[in-house]
Design a protein around this ligand. Structure first.
Ligand code: CAA
Length: 288
């Protein structure tokens, strides 16, 4: 069975990017948000990104309209019933994910594949509670989804090899490069990225270098597109703390332990770019 119709649960930052790349690859996409306001916000984000592409001369207005024509919004999970693949990109909370998959089990046929875009929660735990554990995978995209070329395809001990092959083929059609990962906290990329970002915080916390020097060091010395503290502001300090806590809880290794400064900044509400302040001041839209 080739995947033709795609459902996406959640139209936030990640969900809207996933919807966009699927529609751009020619899939019919139905996206579900919890209410009309959240749906309008997510669809507006897609419209804005595509318009940016038109303004940059990367696509025509007709191509933009064709992509938007592939996308249908809904507030009902039952409307994802006819999909071949449903990608869950809802809030990072295991109870909420179980609820979504239970509702999908009532709406979808037995062949529908479920994928979760979680960056930290266990795919095995999600799969085990569904009626189709062999047809559940992780599909971990990177932010900003339309620009980042990678997706991690995550298998559990229960995943059917044929399902993995179908999802791999789907991801390559987006087109994304696939990294195959096992279901362990952080998969491959965050297993490497999170300790690196936490170490950058420790270097700053210990007064070894200024934040600008830490960022310039990795940008100009190692060719990274942005330094670790700027990247942290993009990912979100709250999100990074959440992921680090899950990884530390599983591995009990000091390199995954969130530094006290990160915890204090999150408690202060300094969540990064989205809150206007993180390691940098984003109130003007640019880091200061
Ligand atoms: N439509 C079409 N193309 C667009 C576009 C749009 N609306 N906006 C930008 N682009 C294109 C640009 O034209 C440009 O293309 P070319 O290379 O062909 O010129 C390209 O996208 C890059 O855009 P910009 O030059 O405007 O931006 P940039 O050079 O500042 O790069 C970035 C932006 C790609 C985000 C870069 O800063 C980057 O790679 N940052 C790191 C991001 C990262 O690490 N993400 C992963 C976070 S971790 C995560 O997500 C997982 C997790 O679980 C925590």
């Amino acid at each position: 069975m080739a995947i033709q119709k795609v459902g996406v649960v959640g139209c936030g930052l990640m969900g809207s990017g996933i919807v966009q790349v699927c529609a751009q690859a020619g899939y019919d996409v139905t996206v579900r948000e919890i209410d009309d306001a959240a749906l309008a916000k997510g669809l507006g984000r897609i419209d804005k990104f595509l318009q940016g592409g038109v303004d940059k001369g990367k696509m025509t207005a007709e191509q933009k309209a064709a992509v938007l024509g592939k996308i249908k919004g809904t507030t009902k999970l039952a409307d994802l019933g006819g999909c071949d693949l449903v990608i869950e990109a809802a809030v990072e909370n295991i109870a909420a994910k179980h609820e979504v998959f239970a509702a999908l089990d009532a709406a979808c046929g037995p062949e529908t594949i479920y994928a979760s875009n979680t960056s930290s929660l266990s795919i095995t735990e999600m799969a085990a509670k569904t009626k189709r554990p062999a047809r559940v995978v992780g599909l971990h995209f990177f932010n900003p989804v339309p620009l980042m070329q990678l997706v991690e395809v995550v298998r559990t001990p229960m995943t059917d090899a044929a399902v993995l092959a179908e999802v791999d083929a789907f991801a390559q059609k987006l087109p994304k490069t696939v990294v195959s990962a096992q279901d362990t906290p952080g998969f491959v990329v965050n297993r490497l990225l999170v300790p690196y970002i936490l170490d950058a915080i420790r270097v700053y916390e210990q007064g070894l270098a200024s934040k600008e020097d830490i960022d310039n060091g990795m940008k100009l010395g190692c060719g990274h597109p942005m330094g670790p503290l700027t990247l942290l502001d993009f990912v979100g300090l709250d999100t990074t703390l959440y992921i680090a806590e899950i990884m530390f809880d599983e591995f009990k290794e000091p390199r995954f332990a969130p530094p006290p400064l990160l915890k204090r900044m999150v408690l202060a509400g300094w969540h990064g770019r989205k809150s206007g302040r993180g390691f940098y001041d984003w109130s003007s839209g640019q880091p200061r």
